[in-house]
Design a protein around this ligand. Structure first.
Ligand SMILES: Nc1nc2c(ncn2[C@@H]2O[C@H](COP(=O)(O)OP(=O)(O)OP(=O)(O)O)[C@@H](O)[C@H]2O)c(=O)[nH]1
Ligand SMILES: [Mg+2]
Length: 261
């Protein structure tokens, strides 16, 4: 009662941050506490990725028409503390290109439409790549990533955008993505943060605190600025398509806000 139905969640973030892979992998039937009923993972994968596993260029979700966003209706079973619930919602993937002024100028109508989708979503997931200084050089090419200083600047811009355009969005989830390339023990982090409907070593607030203090220290003043103006504080997650427990967390978190009646 009184809980607003969550209907639409939208992923935003810069080009290559991993939004499309994240939206796709969530459909993987190997899920632990989120089991997707539809659409079919293999079908969506063949639709979205080419034979080499690369996102089809120039289009979004394999579509023919270029567009700022693409919407997928998903139905899934979530194992919540209150019991097994069937949930359906739209998960919306956006193109990283939309943040370039040159793209917005050329695609004004698509930009306005995408902006409107972001503003009217129930939850916005901001997907961020790690910065150079926290990447294991054996796992990826450091030159492909922005520096800590650039990352802080970019984060500031996200805060400006979220404050200006997303005041109506109830849930902001900020995800440090691709943490598999960071020099951390992924299994250990997942063990600490993983959700279990029967036993929670850390509650949501504690998980959030842990991620905030361990991964978001460079931008704490920006986060304070953001949360000062929000009724619902932004929540922090670490994600990667290679660790299912971590990947599921944002969706499980959102699921507890869905009205089941
Ligand atoms: N190491 C690692 N790589 C990932 C992960 N997720 C995606 N990638 C890689 O990151 C690249 C970009 O992934 P996409 O999902 O296409 O990124 P995107 O944010 O949708 O990019 P745009 O649609 O262009 O904005 C691809 O080469 C993926 O294989 C992850 O969790 N870990
Ligand atoms: Mg994409």
């Amino acid at each position: 009662m009184g809980v607003k139905q969550v209907n639409q969640i939208i992923c935003i973030g810069d080009h290559i941050a991993g939004k499309t892979h994240l939206c796709l992998e969530i459909l993987n039937p190997d899920g632990h506490y989120i089991k997707v009923v539809e659409p079919d993972y293999k079908f969506m994968k063949s639709f979205i990725l080419d034979d080499r596993g690369i996102t089809r260029a120039g289009t979004i979700n394999g579509g023919i028409i270029e567009c700022g966003f693409s919407k997928t209706y998903i139905k899934f079973k979530a194992y919540l503390p209150a019991g097994l619930q069937t949930i359906d919602l739209d998960i919306i993937d956006t193109l990283g290109e939309i943040w370039r002024k040159s793209w917005q100028d050329v695609h004004d109508e698509m930009w306005q439409e995408t902006l409107n989708k972001i503003q009217t979503a129930d939850a916005v997931l901001v997907i961020l790549e790690p910065y150079r200084e926290i990447i294991n050089p054996e796992k990826d090419n450091l030159d492909h990533f922005i520096t800590r200083q650039q990352w802080i600047k970019r984060f500031e811009k996200w805060v400006d955008f979220l404050l200006k355009e997303c005041s109506q969005v109830s849930h902001l989830l900020i995800c440090l993505n691709k943490v598999d390339i960071c020099p951390i023990n992924l299994t250990e982090e997942a063990r600490k943060l993983a959700y279990d409907p029967h036993y929670q070593p850390l509650n949501w607030q504690e998980k959030d605190n842990y991620v905030y203090h361990r991964y978001f220290t460079p931008v704490q003043s920006q986060i304070q600025r953001l949360n000062q103006h929000r009724e619902n504080a932004a929540r922090f997650f670490i994600t990667t398509i290679y660790q299912r427990d971590l990947l599921e967390l944002p969706l499980i978190y959102i699921s507890s806000y869905v009205n089941f009646s």
